[in-house]
Ligand binder design. Structure first.
Ligand SMILES: Cc1ncc(COP(=O)(O)O)c(C=O)c1O
Length: 370
């Protein structure tokens, strides 16, 4: 089989993980001594470090963000017959995790300014079968009504709130709380394109010790204590590995610098792209939030993407509306997520992008649009 051609040396990828000598050394050091590879001391250190960074009582490592969302649903005892409200613009993992737990995702549209779930539509979608809302901190943003409005809505209706903060490590609410720490459970992802990565991986955040205990059992075969074979509840195997933890700890050291760089990249794009006809930028609380990806609406999205590809610039089409995916096919009117599906484009967004690369992307967009 022929391997795909190597990209040109000056190709700018839409996203690329950034792994350095520190990660390589951490893995090599671990491998130089006897070890079981599966989660142990390094994983506990990684959990502790993430809990500290997010100022949260419990952080529980699992093998993906999808698994974190699924375990959140299982820990909250969501299942067959239960409805869970989710945004129609999100990564497919959010509704799929709800389905994996046996519950039914109910799709509602997002706000045009933040692309987060519209609280009025969420309120209107609540029925006697609604058991939870899965709010997505899309691209590190929070909804215009604020997180407290969602907390209050859920409290009023006695339903659970889960924050899908897979894209939001580093982002905080204006009161300083890290995203993912206001709900019963928050979920992070460390997949390859995230601000820090362990290849794959996820983390559950909670301040509720009872829920934390349940989550730990769910990810470890329902064991009542690590290492024994006494099972008083059903659980599975969604454990982390020490190799991931070694990489994660080294990546965490770089998070503060990446947060600053992502914000600077976003600001550079904003000033260079402002005023270009046919290009719409989104607002961002850049003081508190970290843009994971640079998102735009482009009136000629597909033509622009093709043009940029010819210029050696990678982009990614933003998520199509969930309701229109073949595996969902839900009828209804979702104008904002449909608009994003037609015109949304992610520009190069890696934290290692240089200013010169950002300028090259912006110049190419300007020349296409003029
Ligand atoms: C909003 C959102 N939720 C969930 C996930 C799933 O995370 P993972 O890829 O770690 O399973 C992602 C991944 O990109 C995501 O963006």
């Amino acid at each position: 089989m022929n391997s795909p051609p190597a990209p040109a040396p000056d190709f700018i990828p839409q996203m690329e993980p950034c792994i350095g000598d520190e990660e390589r050394k951490a893995v090599a050091d671990y491998m130089a001594a006897p070890g079981w590879l599966t989660e142990f001391r390094n994983t506990a250190l990684f959990e502790k470090a993430v809990a500290q960074y997010c100022n949260c009582e419990h952080a529980i490592a699992v093998n993906s963000g999808t698994v974190a969302l699924t375990l959140a649903a299982l820990a909250l005892e969501l299942g067959v017959g239960d409805e869970v409200i989710v945004p129609n613009f999100t990564m497919i993992a959010t509704p799929n995790a709800i389905k994996l737990a046996g519950a039914t995702p109910v799709l509602v549209d997002v706000e045009p300014a933040t692309l987060c779930m519209d609280i009025d539509l969420a309120r209107a979608a609540i029925t006697p079968r609604t058991k939870a809302i899965f709010l997505v901190a899309i691209n590190g943003r929070y909804p215009a009504a604020g997180i407290e409005a969602f907390v209050d809505l859920c409290r009023e209706h006695k339903i659970a709130l889960v924050e899908d903060a897979a894209q939001a490590l580093g982002s905080r609410y204006p009161d300083g709380f890290h995203m993912g720490t206001k709900a019963s459970i928050g979920c992070l992802s460390f997949s390859a394109p995230k601000i820090i990565t362990t290849g794959q991986g996820g983390m559950l955040l909670t301040n509720d010790s009872r829920i934390a205990d349940k989550l730990r059992r769910l990810k470890d075969f329902g064991r009542s204590d690590g290492g024994n074979d006494i099972h008083d509840s059903i659980g599975y195997n969604f454990k982390f590995t020490e190799l991931q933890a070694c990489i994660g700890l080294a990546q965490l050291e770089k998070l503060a610098a990446r947060v600053l760089r992502k914000k600077a990249i976003w600001q550079r794009y904003q000033s260079a792209l402002a005023g270009i006809e046919g290009i719409q930028l989104f607002d961002m609380d850049i003081v508190n939030c970290v843009p994971w990806f640079i998102d735009i609406l482009a009136d000629q999205r597909d033509g622009l993407q093709q043009f940029l590809r010819e210029q050696g610039i990678g982009t990614r089409v933003m998520y199509p509306p969930i309701n229109a995916q073949l595996c969902y096919q839900v009828a209804g009117s979702f104008p904002v997520s449909e608009e994003v599906g037609r015109h949304g484009l992610w520009l190069p967004s890696a934290s290692q992008l240089s200013n010169a690369q950002v300028d090259r992307v912006c110049q190419a967009i300007r020349s296409f649009q003029s």
